[in-house]
Design a protein around this ligand. Structure first.
Ligand code: AMP
Length: 215
């Protein structure tokens, strides 16, 4: 039987949300939707929207809701989302929680817990492939060849992973996190996991709490 799973992943930048979302999406055979990734794609392709949001992303600020909400609504309306999805990067404030609530009914909101100290350490060491988007970490998952992805692409430090921007992103995150977590706790669908135990263990804890076996 197909269990429809509509899931959002919450947690600070650098909590491993993107990585877990990708692994979960593969496991559950549903699409992985990342609002940050959609924005970066649009910037790269220099679409009208991309040009509009570039300076906002570079500063680590939030893109206005008029743009973000419509983008998410349209994406969730695509046929591949009918059997579920893993949404990550949205919602980022109470307004977005309420907007999402009118678009679909979620099954679970998974909150990945990681301390500010660990976040800062991880983001400064994060490098992203400019070609295939693979993520490396200079401390615990370095590339074989310095500065190069295994696909041959150049590894870059995201503009918003620069130290002065990390602090702003963490402030933006904390301001909004409390009401968001409260929103899903009240709905009874909030699931907390420890994000500081290694990628495989985090995935196992999530799957256990979703009642899915990790085979
Ligand atoms: P992320 O990859 O999730 O860290 O997102 C990167 C950037 O994209 C953020 O710092 C924001 O500028 C923008 N962004 C992503 N998701 C949202 C959202 N739900 N609302 C507003 N801005 C967003």
């Amino acid at each position: 039987p197909i269990t429809i799973m509509k899931i959002i992943l919450l947690g600070p930048p650098g909590s491993g949300k993107g990585t877990q979302a990708k692994l979960l999406a593969e496991k559950l055979k549903v699409p992985h939707i990342s609002t940050g990734e959609i924005f970066r794609e649009n910037i790269k392709k220099q679409t009208e929207m991309g040009i509009q949001v570039k300076s906002i992303l570079d500063a680590g600020d939030l893109v206005p809701s008029e743009i973000t909400d419509v983008m998410v609504k349209n994406r969730l309306a695509e046929v591949d989302c009918a059997n579920g999805f893993i949404l990550e990067g949205y919602p980022r404030n109470l307004h977005q929680c309420e907007a999402l609530d009118t678009m679909t009914k979620l099954d679970k909101a998974i909150n990945i817990n990681v301390s500010d100290e660990e976040v800062t350490k991880r983001l400064s060491a994060r490098r992203t492939c400019s070609k295939c988007k693979k993520i490396y970490n200079l401390d615990f998952n370095p590339p074989k060849v310095e500065g190069k992805c295994k696909c041959g692409g150049d590894l870059i430090l995201r503009d918003d992973d620069k130290p002065e921007v990390i602090t702003n992103r963490l402030n933006v995150y904390h301001e909004s996190a409390i009401p968001i977590l409260e929103f899903y706790k009240t709905k009874g669908i909030l699931v907390d996991v420890n994000g500081e135990v290694g990628l495989e263990n985090v995935l196992t804890e999530i799957l256990n709490k979703l009642g899915v076996s990790n085979q």
